[in-house]
Design a protein. Sequence first.
Length: 200
Amino acid sequence: MRCLKKPILLFETIKIKNKKALNLEFHEARANLACKDGLKFSLAKKLEPNLSNLSDGIYRAKLIYSQLGEFESLEIYPYTMRKFESFKLIEVNFNYEKKYLDRSLIDKAFQKRNECDEIIMIKDGLVTDTSIANIAIFDGNSWLTPKTPLLQGTTKARLLKDGFLKPCDINVDMLLNAKKFAILNAMIEFKEIEKFKFIE
């Protein structure tokens, strides 16, 4: 009997605010690109029946699907943002071009943060992402974001489209000399970190 290979699983993290799922078109676009033949279901239709039962506030929806485009599961739970001040720079050599459910390589890098709140992954001498967010630096004129992140986030895609962010190769020196620093993802949106510290 032939053993069937399990499909690779991916996920989308979607922000729900006051019973409304935000920026779904960007999540849908990314998920469609991640699947071999596109998504075979609507994100909105999977989410909508669950929204009316929620209280007002911020929730995190984790929607898991297969690389074949099939829906797998949905979890929704209250969201509280953790503290971000200190960032450990960690060299990595892996790819994470799709939002895979298996984050073991990222988790392994995160374990090296020591006493820091978060990591910033450096690949081939260039700044990429934190373990959960894209990054941006302000150089005095513009907000710049890595041209080659490990994962293209939906908030990053939206802010690039709006012209608020400019893609750029960011090396470690540029990061260390940044006048301002921000992290961005679907849940945090764009958050400038007032007090930030980078540890090499």
